[in-house]
Ligand binder design. Structure first.
Ligand SMILES: Nc1ncnc2c1ncn2[C@@H]1O[C@H](COP(=O)(O)OP(=O)(O)OP(=O)(O)O)[C@@H](O)[C@H]1O
Ligand SMILES: O=C(O)c1ccc[n+]([C@@H]2O[C@H](COP(=O)([O-])O)[C@@H](O)[C@H]2O)c1
Length: 201
């Protein structure tokens, strides 16, 4: 049975925190591949600086181009209305009913997961792999236990290096004129600069 990882995100922009998270999941859980899925229209989050979905997609494609274990997926790009994970998982399980799905996330997402649409359904269709994000390990363990007990689902801790990198910080650095070199892959940095995505407001 194929083991498929899913790494969804706003990716505004994609950065090394995302890539190392996906790579750790791929390796530590013996996944066959990780689908990198840009979220087109999040219900819960404004797209800062109104960066177009085309730019977020282009940056994802540049970031993962050389990695055979990562696969870009457009599954959320052609859906009307808000983008929900439950719809993505339903579609994937319909298309490949014989695969096992692993939804990869940082701790902030697990703390929010009960506010997501159809949490219980999501947790019945995928195993969650969660990494801490410079937060307390004991608080994350408590959240894992709470969600597992409440929904009788499977959540595994992902032992990924804690990298204090966020898209928000990258946008702020770029707007202040600070370098974002090494926060993102070089091709992504050049794309951001060429298209002045986060330049001074
Ligand atoms: N440095 C990181 N370490 C671990 N997980 C991360 C890291 N950055 C992002 N993630 C996870 O990747 C997924 C997609 O994240 P997203 O695209 O929102 O990036 P972000 O850096 O959190 O963005 P923003 O700063 O704009 O909120 C989320 O589950 C998030 O928790
Ligand atoms: O389905 C939902 O209700 C839902 C609510 C918040 C986040 N998500 C998903 O969680 C992933 C990370 O989201 P974000 O906001 O951290 O970029 C991405 O795939 C989102 O579509 C999904």
């Amino acid at each position: 049975m194929k083991k498929i990882g899913i790494l969804g995100g706003t990716f505004n922009p994609i950065h090394h925190g995302h890539l190392i998270l996906g790579q750790t999941a791929l390796e530590d859980f013996g996944l066959d591949k990780v689908l990198i899925i840009p979220t087109k229209n999040p219900a819960y989050k404004k797209i800062s600086r109104n960066v177009e979905i085309e730019d977020r997609v282009n940056m994802v494609k540049l970031a993962i181009a050389s990695h055979p274990g990562f696969e870009f997926s457009d599954i959320e790009l052609y859906r009307e209305g808000y983008t929900y994970t439950v719809d993505t998982l339903r579609k994937l399980t319909q298309m490949h009913p014989d695969a096992e799905y692993y939804f990869i996330m940082g701790a902030d997402s697990l703390y929010q997961i009960e506010s997501w649409k159809d949490t219980e359904q999501i947790l019945s269709m995928a195993t969650i792999l969660v990494a801490s994000r410079n937060d307390s390990r004991s608080a994350l363990d408590a959240q894992i236990e709470y969600i597992q007990d409440k929904y009788q689902c499977s959540i595994c801790h992902l032992d990924s290096p804690d990298l204090e990198i966020s898209s928000n910080e990258i946008r702020k650095r770029a707007a202040r004129g600070q370098s974002i070199r090494y926060f993102v892959p070089e091709e992504v940095r050049l794309y951001i600069e060429r298209n002045d995505l986060y330049g001074t407001e």
